[in-house]
Design a binder for this molecule. Structure first.
Ligand code: 3QA
Length: 227
């Protein structure tokens, strides 16, 4: 079974629309939709916003639904200026930008016995690259920074970009990648840009959430058919 996570309902709605859903289960305040797409068994859920909710959903998909791989689909704020609204980027690695135990000499983002940068599945990333080739769409890749903050400030944005070498920012990816690493489950994190994490971010996010979420969701569904 393939687990698919979005953070917000808007991020999974385009997937649910195309899913042959057979069963919906409510666990821990989230709904898990079991069904099939392109002959593949999938379970789809939106986690609700933030790292804790995302970790809860990832762990539930793995432990209760036996997810063998997890794909995340959603939107993100761009940290690099070449990334425009609607552009796709997948994470090669993810880091929690709001973890700070530097008082003990540890690097920012680092947690003992857990680490700092979480790698995504090279195999899933390769499949993404081939889907992009077939579809003739541009697919960026890089580092995604995750934290429990909606970034809408030029200085904060620049700090995260410089400190972690990050290309995009969101609020769930590293939590999902951390849970997947703990359970040795391959993970893929795709985001379409909804805003530039600057002073216009709130406004742009509201305007582009649905259209960018659909760009990401459609791409992830194309991947599912090829898994
Ligand atoms: C924002 C969503 C959260 O799940 C993270 C969107 C896009 N742009 C971002 C940015 N900084 C951080 N993350 C993002 N998602 C939650 S607040 C909106 C809630 O509105 C990625 C993301 N600049 C709900 C209506 O009240």
């Amino acid at each position: 079974m393939i687990g698919i996570i979005g953070a917000m309902i808007e991020e999974i709605e385009p997937i649910l629309d195309r899913l042959t859903c057979v069963k919906t289960t409510r666990i821990g305040g989230n709904k898990y939709h079991e069904g099939s797409y392109g002959g593949k068994q999938v379970t789809v859920a939106y986690s609700r916003i933030g790292k804790v909710n995302a970790a809860l959903t990832a762990a539930t998909l793995i432990e209760r639904f036996n997810a063998e791989k997890i794909l995340f689909s959603g939107v993100a704020g761009a940290l690099k200026s070449h990334l425009k609204i609607g552009d796709l980027i997948y994470a090669e690695r993810l880091v929690q930008h709001d973890v700070d135990i530097s008082a003990f000499g540890h690097p920012l983002g680092f947690i003992p016995e857990s680490g700092d940068y979480f790698e995504t599945s090279a195999q899933l990333n390769e499949i993404a690259a081939s889907v992009a080739l077939v579809r003739g769409v541009e697919l960026g890749k890089g580092t995604i920074a995750t934290g429990d903050q909606f970034i809408a400030d030029g200085a904060k944005k620049e700090w995260i970009q410089k400190q972690f070498g990050a290309d995009a920012v969101e609020m769930e990816g590293a939590a999902v990648a951390c849970v997947c690493a703990a359970f040795h489950i391959p993970v893929f994190v795709l985001r379409a840009i909804s805003d530039a994490a600057d002073m216009d971010a709130g406004f742009n996010f509201d305007e582009f959430l649905k259209s960018s979420a659909k760009i990401s969701a459609d791409f992830v569904l194309d991947m599912v058919a090829r898994l």
